[in-house]
Design a protein around this ligand. Structure first.
Ligand SMILES: Cc1cc2nc3c(=O)[nH]c(=O)nc-3n(C[C@H](O)[C@H](O)[C@H](O)COP(=O)(O)OP(=O)(O)OC[C@H]3O[C@@H](n4cnc5c(N)ncnc54)[C@H](O)[C@@H]3O)c2cc1C
Ligand code: FES
Length: 271
């Protein structure tokens, strides 16, 4: 496959319980990822797990002779367990950058980012991108970040380096506001005019579904990044298809890997 790159692990540190930050050095020919794009990661030379796993770009830096890609990941199953045990210097296959990233609307004054758990990863890269390239087109950026508890709230320190107001919330109230991130956003939403506001979200499906319900009868624009299980990552196997609204009564599907992972929130059928 033409966009498979062999990367070398520079860093793979546990930054919180079961949560790792991996930095991979890549050849200078690796393209600049757009905010919201992802990569498929596979450990070179091992048979199990055979399939690569998808991860959002958390950060990307280009130097003269190389690039460095950061992935923020939580250990869930076999693939991420294997990744967590990798030492510096190990080679990994990186397929990417893949998918359709966030569309930046130039005419919006307020940016609201809504992240749940590891959904912080693509949104932080988006916030960085907006800070670096788009700073003149919007005046405020709010980052609503939620997790079950203080320990699971990852990436807050990185957010403090960006020009955004971070609102943290935990289900149990152990840090920030107590409640679901969507409930905290709902309390504040009336402060932002729908016409001047763009919402970007990524997180567990129940969070995105709750957001869709909140926004359903409003005029807010919102793009969501979906996380489905993936096999090929390039649109060939249909394993990541999600139901989308169709103009006729026939069911319609889109592939999260190739048509997404970013979609307009109103396009998805939230089951
Ligand atoms: C576009 C995209 C971007 C992603 N970005 C990140 C990221 O930046 N950081 C991160 O930690 N994770 C991210 N994920 C999720 C990540 O791909 C999975 O956690 C990973 O594939 C799990 O692999 P595993 O072999 O460890 O677990 P598996 O053995 O494959 O699964 C273990 C458990 O996790 C569940 N699971 C597996 N894949 C997903 C998924 N995609 N979404 C929700 N639950 C899943 C399974 O149902 C199962 O219960 C992303 C997924 C997608 C599609
Ligand atoms: S993972 Fe194969 S089509 Fe999306």
């Amino acid at each position: 496959m033409k966009n498979v790159y062999i990367g070398e692990i520079l860093k793979n540190e546990e930054i919180a319980q079961d949560c790792f930050l991996m930095r991979v050095a890549l050849h200078v020919s690796f393209p600049d990822p757009a905010a919201g794009q992802f990569v498929m990661v596979r450990v070179s030379g091992i048979a199990e797990p055979l399939l690569a796993r998808p991860f959002s770009v958390y950060s990307f830096e280009r130097q003269n002779n190389s690039c460095a890609l950061d992935i923020l990941y939580r250990v869930l199953g076999r693939g991420t367990q294997v990744m967590a045990g990798l030492l510096n210097g190990t080679q990994v296959e990186i397929l990417g950058p893949l998918g359709q990233g966030f569309e930046i609307k130039q005419n919006k004054k307020n940016i609201i980012l809504v992240g749940g758990g590891m959904g912080v990863a693509p949104l932080t890269y988006l916030a960085l991108h907006l800070n670096n390239y788009m700073c003149s087109s919007f005046s405020t950026m709010y980052f609503y970040l939620g997790a079950q508890n203080d320990e699971a709230l990852i990436g807050v320190d990185e957010l403090k380096k960006l020009s955004c107001t971070a609102i943290t919330c935990t289900d149990d109230g152990s840090r920030g506001e107590k409640g679901l991130v969507t409930q905290i956003l709902l309390k504040d939403l009336k402060k932002f005019s729908p016409e001047e506001t763009m919402i970007y979200a990524c997180g567990p499906k129940p969070m995105l579904k709750a957001l869709a319900k909140i926004l359903r009868k409003t005029k807010y624009s919102c793009q969501v990044s979906l996380e489905e299980k993936m096999a090929c990552g390039v649109g060939a196997c249909l394993g990541c298809a999600v139901p989308v609204k169709s103009r006729n009564s026939k069911p319609a599907y889109k592939r999260v890997c190739a048509d997404g992972p970013v979609f307009d929130i109103n396009e998805i059928v939230w089951k």
